[in-house]
Design a protein around this ligand. Structure first.
Ligand SMILES: Nc1ncnc2c1ncn2[C@@H]1O[C@H](COP(=O)(O)OP(=O)(O)O)[C@@H](O)[C@H]1O
Ligand SMILES: [Mg+2]
Length: 479
């Protein structure tokens, strides 16, 4: 139980949506508290301002009532006894007392409690508006006090003072009510923002769940499924697109593997079956030595072809896009090409094919063994698919971007246009090639292409049927 709780807490802590929701809540809480405090302080100040003005008005009102009635104090009776006035806020309770210049009490609000009478009012000064003060009475109530000079009678020049105590219970009550309202509002908005935050983040992170779900459900027979990322947020769009691309790559590689495996089986089945058949026929009755010799020779030929196929498949499988297997060194291209050409001169002579090599001396950083394999494969193709008396030429040049270009062209049977796309597929052989030259596995060009890609280079073939083919190799200059 305890462990489960710990696990739940740590999952909560590690969840992006929980973190985002908490940050969102904290930010909104801080903002709300700041706004609340500001409003509260503002209200406090305005209330105090209002209360001060209220007292000043009261003093002026009583003074003007006295002026009107030439010092008759009863004229201000309704004000002094704080009888609700139509224009005034009835909820403000205040007490008034008026003294003559000797300090004798002339008038006092009849309901003025003793606790208020004992309060220490400020002294009456000419700038009495500024010397107002708040004070707590013994009954714990707070009052705003003012003492102002009063002209009791202009004619007789009789002066006095007026003291007013404003009970702050009502405004204080208003403020504390407001205080609670703000607190409740903050709590409400906080809860709503937490829920909204949770909703927004879990909606925003939904693509991640879709991604995890799809990744979990990827099956080899369902590699064609893709995630619809069209409505994904910008930040996750690239992740979704990368995931879809990865699925495409896996799908292609898997298709290729499947195709190669079935083609390999097909490619091996026929020669193995014919080898078996020949052996079985030979065993049906005794044969002479010449028969056996012929059988062994043809079997050897077939086994050589099979070995070649298996080596090719192994090579393709082993070097499948792993650059780490490259053993790079600096090659003097011209002399290397000459060496390879020498190896094929006997075969060319046999077919009366003219071999040419042209170009300038230059260096290339490449894997020597693999470079040999590329040129040998292409040269073999050029010679094998060229009828007797034809011509095969190799030319070497350096391009403007300092990459090295090797062209191998022949005057042979060429490749029909409709097969130009397919010639790099494993085991593919164009029909005209199959009839012209029976041996061959259809693995030469895929191997060449793979080696070129490992070197960061490229291969292109241009060909017109019955007129010949030109293979163009480009090696990037990495030295
Ligand atoms: N120089 C060429 N002339 C004509 N066809 C070619 C040439 N090079 C390649 N091809 C075509 O491309 C196919 C694939 O070549 P490759 O992979 O070397 O296999 P293979 O030579 O064993 O048939 C050949 O079967 C042939 O149809
Ligand atoms: Mg070949």
């Amino acid at each position: 139980m305890f462990l489960k709780n710990v696990e739940r807490i740590s999952r909560f802590k590690n969840s992006i949506s929980s973190r985002l929701t908490i940050s969102y809540m904290l930010v909104s809480l801080t903002a709300l508290i700041i706004i609340g405090l500001f409003l509260y302080e503002d209200l406090n100040l305005s209330m105090f301002d209002f209360e001060e003005k209220y007292l000043i008005d009261e003093v002026y009102l009583i003074q003007s009532l006295l002026d009107e009635r030439h010092g008759d104090l009863s004229a201000a009776n309704s004000e002094i006894n704080a009888i609700p006035h139509a224009l005034k806020k009835a909820s403000y309770r205040y007490y008034v007392q008026i003294f003559d210049s000797e300090g004798h009490l002339l008038k006092r609000t009849s309901t003025m409690p003793k606790s208020v009478q004992h309060l220490k009012f400020p002294l009456a000064t000419p700038n009495w508006q500024e010397s107002m003060m708040t004070q707590k009475a013994i009954d714990k109530k707070t009052y705003l006090l003012v003492t102002a000079p009063l002209v009791l009678n202009h004619k007789t020049q009789k002066n006095g003072t007026i003291q007013i105590a404003l009970d702050l219970a009502y405004p204080n009550q208003l403020i504390s009510l407001y205080h609670w309202h703000i607190a409740l509002l903050i709590l409400g908005v906080f809860i709503i923002s937490a829920l909204l935050g949770r909703l927004v983040t879990s909606r925003g992170l939904k693509p991640l769940f879709v991604l995890a779900n799809t990744a979990e459900n990827v099956r080899l027979d369902q590699l064609n499924q893709r995630i619809n990322v069209s409505d994904w947020p910008q930040e996750l769009l690239s992740v979704g697109q990368a995931f879809n691309k990865m699925l495409s790559r896996i799908e292609n590689a898997f298709k290729r593997l499947n195709k190669s495996t079935s083609e390999l089986a097909h490619e091996l089945r026929t020669p193995v079956a014919s080898l078996m058949l020949e052996a079985e026929v030979a065993r049906t009755r005794p044969r002479d030595i010449a028969y056996y010799e012929k059988l062994v020779d043809s079997s050897l030929e077939e086994l050589k072809r099979l070995t070649e196929i298996m080596n090719g498949v192994l090579f393709l499988a082993n070097t499948n896009h792993s650059e780490t297997c490259l053993n790079l060194s600096k090659i003097e291209v011209m002399s290397e090409l000459k060496n390879i050409l020498n190896l094929y001169s006997a075969l060319a002579k046999e077919k009366n094919i003219e071999l040419n090599l042209s170009g300038i001396s230059c260096f290339l950083t490449a894997d020597t063994v693999l470079f040999h394999r590329v040129i040998s494969n292409l040269l073999a193709n050029a010679i094998n698919y060229t009828p007797n008396g034809g011509k095969v030429s190799i030319s070497l040049s350096i391009k403007q971007d300092r990459s090295i270009q090797i062209n191998i062209s022949d005057t042979g049977i060429g490749i029909p246009k409709e097969y130009h796309e397919q010639i790099f597929e494993d085991f593919f052989r164009a029909p005209n090639a199959k009839t012209f030259y029976e041996q061959g596995s259809g693995l030469g060009l895929p191997i060449v292409k793979q080696i070129m890609e490992l070197h960061g280079g490229s291969i292109q073939i241009e060909s017109v049927e019955k007129q010949g083919a030109t293979v163009q190799l480009v090696f990037p200059n990495i030295s």
